[in-house]
Design a binder for this molecule. Structure first.
Ligand code: SF4
Ligand code: SF4
Length: 263
């Protein structure tokens, strides 16, 4: 037996309560078989799955990540959350690709509550693909440290990416389902990452008015009365609020556009 055939992948599936979970349930009741190493988490809607959940799953050792929802136009909620889920997954696949990871490790599928056999087929097919790819990093030629460094960088950029792509993430292409396949291009994502800004406060210009400190959504700014404020870069989510609220007569916040490369 080859070493590859002994590989048991870790696969995490996040599936919606109303359809895919029903399909998984029916699959079990009907005794259709799929690999026991797939772990499932139930959420109320596939739209609940966030970029962060996927990146965190890979950071925590998943070799494959599955998102399951209702068929398009069959979403239980009139918000049609599965349209947002497919956009998010397509975006995430591009981000993984940009980081040098195989995007086939991430899959989204639609399974109705009456499709137990389809659920088994999807799980069997996906797990076979992940088994073939091997452990995360292997087919990518990345050592564990490098893999983690790239995923950590990606995780830090998530709020910025979500903000920058919020219009596309909210799209509902109801007459053009295939439109999601080309929604994000590799060049677009490379540009987005390369142009990720950093924000800095010029201590010579800062008059410690505290406006930025009060408005920063993640408490990334520290400072006191008569003391120039400082941005903690490891906490900053690049929202740009500090730049917007710093009074123009002070102009103390600077936005620098630099290369946030994944390598
Ligand atoms: S860019 Fe946003 S997150 Fe970063 S320091 Fe400014 S307000 Fe805070
Ligand atoms: S808003 Fe501008 S002047 Fe006021 S504390 Fe922040 S950086 Fe300094």
């Amino acid at each position: 037996m080859s070493s590859d055939s002994r590989f048991t992948p870790k696969i995490l599936g996040i599936i919606c309560n109303w359809c895919c979970y029903g399909g998984a349930d029916l699959c079990g009741v009907s005794r259709f078989q799929y690999p026991p190493y797939i772990r499932l988490i139930r959420v109320m809607c596939s739209a609940r799955v966030d970029l962060r959940h996927i990146i965190e799953a890979f950071l925590n050792g998943a070799d494959g990540m599955f998102v399951g929802g209702c068929h398009l136009d069959d979403c239980h909620y009139i918000t049609h959350g599965n349209y947002e889920a497919i956009s998010m997954v397509r975006l995430c696949a591009r981000l993984l690709e940009h980081a040098g990871l195989n995007p086939r490790r991430l899959r989204i599928e639609w399974v109705s509550a009456g499709e137990g056999i389809r659920f088994a087929n999807v799980m069997n097919e996906f797990s076979a693909e992940i088994e073939k790819l091997g452990p995360l990093g292997k087919s990518e030629g990345l050592a564990t440290e490098e893999l983690h460094a790239r995923l950590e960088k990606l995780a830090k950029l998530i709020p910025y990416v979500k903000l920058a792509k919020r219009d596309k993430l909210a799209l509902h292409l109801r007459d053009d389902h295939e439109g999601y396949d080309g929604l994000y291009s590799a060049d677009e994502i490379a540009r987005l990452i390369d142009e990720a800004p950093t924000y800095h406060i010029d201590p010579e210009k800062c008059l410690a008015c505290g406006a930025c400190l009060r408005r920063c959504p993640v408490d990334a700014i520290s400072g006191a009365k008569k003391q120039a404020h400082v941005i903690a870069q490891d906490l900053c989510i690049k929202c740009g609020t500090c730049l917007d609220v710093c009074p123009p007569r002070f102009g103390a916040v600077q936005k620098l556009v630099g290369k946030a490369t994944m390598a």
